[in-house]
Design a protein around this ligand. Structure first.
Ligand SMILES: Cc1cc2nc3c(=O)[nH]c(=O)nc-3n(C[C@H](O)[C@H](O)[C@H](O)COP(=O)(O)OP(=O)(O)OC[C@H]3O[C@@H](n4cnc5c(N)ncnc54)[C@H](O)[C@@H]3O)c2cc1C
Ligand SMILES: NC(=O)c1ccc[n+]([C@@H]2O[C@H](COP(=O)([O-])OP(=O)(O)OC[C@H]3O[C@@H](n4cnc5c(N)ncnc54)[C@H](OP(=O)(O)O)[C@@H]3O)[C@@H](O)[C@H]2O)c1
Length: 257
């Protein structure tokens, strides 16, 4: 009988490097397969063998690297007792991880109608897709102003802060990085949640720009309660969601249910 040959459904990659921003916030880099192409905002699935069974645990992760990078980079929040991340946390550089060759997602900036200002709002690891967009650079040419607002509990979790500050210096007046640290009193950073600072108008005053759907475009990524609150808030201001094939003025990515 002739053997059946099917294309492998995943590929094994070696973790080349880790960046440990904080005990619970790490980035990893794996070599990008030659035929693996994506648009900033897409996510890929990473897999690890389950501890107790022969199954593989797969989880989606937004790609942080630029499309032309020879590596794929991911920013991962380590969840206490998380099925995938608690195992990931035990791996060193040189360990193997599985990569699903298909990329997925609709959190891409081209879903938005052309605008003048772009608000990139995130909590925790939700910053990742914006780093990919900024490294690719197209958004920096298309918008007059970009506001990257990143909310974390502690300052150590402000991943990519140095890169964002350097980019801010290279694009004066265009890129504005706004770190928010919510659980470290006296840190000197903004300390209130993003929807609170938008609701009371203080973030718009600080950035001297209004969240007006006539010219502002908003991307929101991370904690689902945050994205839910932002959706309601922006809907009240007449922002329009992006539906498949129909451009809009606000776009969301939830990292869990
Ligand atoms: C489209 C998409 C893209 C994603 N991209 C990323 C990414 O780039 N980086 C990333 O860290 N995660 C990302 N996630 C979440 C990721 O897929 C896993 O759910 C997460 O790593 C937890 O897996 P786990 O098996 O360790 O935890 P599980 O045992 O599955 O526990 C899940 C619980 O952990 C919490 N949780 C899950 N993800 C996060 C998170 N990112 N931050 C804080 N708490 C969380 C929630 O309470 C959730 O109910 C993404 C999810 C989706 C749907
Ligand atoms: N980060 C840590 O130091 C830490 C330590 C131990 C365990 N953990 C566990 O790790 C998991 C992930 O924690 P995480 O800190 O990465 O993610 P997170 O809880 O989503 O918090 C990240 C940021 O999002 C903000 N946020 C949360 N809900 C929001 C909402 N509805 N609207 C606006 N902003 C909101 C948080 O502000 P608030 O601070 O106001 O919530 C914080 O600034 C959780 O299960 C947590 O229990 C985290």
């Amino acid at each position: 009988m002739e053997a059946l040959h099917t294309a492998p459904r995943w590929t094994t990659r070696t973790i080349d490097s880790w960046t440990r921003w904080a005990p619970n916030q790490w980035s990893l880099r794996i070599p990008r397969p030659d035929n693996f192409t994506f648009t900033p905002g897409h996510y890929a699935r990473l897999g690890l063998p389950a501890h107790s069974t022969s199954d593989i645990v797969w989880r989606p992760y937004s790609i942080v690297s630029a499309p032309d990078d020879k590596h794929l980079e991911f920013l991962v929040t380590l969840i206490p007792h998380g099925l995938f991340t608690s195992q990931l946390a035990t791996l060193e550089a040189g360990a193997n991880i599985l990569l699903d060759p298909g990329v997925m997602g609709f959190f891409v900036e081209s879903q938005l109608a052309p605008g003048r200002t772009l608000w990139m709002l995130s909590t925790g690891s939700g910053l990742g897709p914006y780093i990919s967009m900024l490294r690719e650079g197209g958004v920096l040419r298309r918008y007059e102003s970009i506001f990257v607002v990143h909310s974390v509990r502690t300052a150590a979790e402000l991943a990519y802060a140095n890169e964002l500050r350097a980019l801010e210096t290279r694009h004066p007046g265009v890129l504005h990085y706004v770190p928010v640290v919510t659980r470290e009193s006296g840190s000197g950073y903004l300390a209130r949640r993003i929807p609170t600072m938008i609701n009371d108008g203080s973030l718009e005053v600080l950035l001297a720009s209004s969240l007006d759907p006539a010219f502002a475009r908003v991307m929101v990524c991370g904690n689902p309660q945050f994205t839910g609150d932002m959706r309601a808030l922006l809907r009240d201001r007449n922002f329009q969601p992006c539906r498949r094939g129909l451009i809009g003025s606000m776009l969301f990515e939830n990292y869990w249910q």
